[in-house]
Design a protein around this ligand. Sequence first.
Ligand code: HEM
Length: 238
Amino acid sequence: MEIVKNREEKVINREVDGFGKDYLGLLLKAYRDEGQSKKISVEQLVDECKTLYVAGQETVNTLLSWMILLLSINQDWQEKARKEVFSVFGRDKTPDADGITRLKLVSILLYSGFMRDVDKDIRLGKFDLPASVQFHIPIMAIHHDPDIWGEDVNLFKPERFSEGIAKATNNNPTAFMPFGMGPHICAGFNFATNEAKITIAMILQRFTFSLSPGYVHSPFPFLAVRPEKGVQVIINAL
Ligand code: HEM
């Protein structure tokens, strides 16, 4: 609320002439909506901020941690990825929007699980789901189903995606849904993939890394499946 108040005060004191064009600025505009038509309450404003923070923070951290782990134990892929980054950005150029569309790294690994509430009675395929039932779509189980991905599903094989998701999923493209699906598909999908690509590209430009002998593998399901004890790596400057 302090950040909200600070921003409001700047407008009241005429230090700036609007709430700002970023997400918080748009929320504040809706909160202060004179016409009342799109007005939101202060609780809604705070909830929106919390949602964006929780949805956007842990998920990308987790994705990056698993990518670092996988690239640490698959040095050949780390080298390939670095070559790709060098060929697009060289050693020094900061990744830009144009270049990151040419990087093919992020499809490597996206584990996720999510919960969903039913707010009215619905029929889903052959199931009748009463209102207020909570059901879970086990994205991780779907992402590890050998009928979809093949018997080598548990192997790290990024090249399975090289000819697109339909080919990788034995023509079940909707089986790959790290960001969910349908009207509530992740609102941060593009932001998250761009953020992850830029971060990995900048790390690969500067460092090599390998897994520390102290690493203990303990995937822990909490919103996303995250490394409970972190991912310890040995880093060397290039
Ligand atoms: C690797 C990163 C991420 C993953 C794997 C991920 C995954 C997901 C999943 C599975 C859902 C549920 C979709 C559904 O209900 O069908 C979701 C929803 C959502 N995500 Fe993400 N997410 C990520 C990053 C982000 C970021 C960076 C933001 C914001 C900056 C974000 C904002 C949201 C929001 C607001 C929703 C709710 C959408 C709605 O209910 O309409 N996510 N995300």
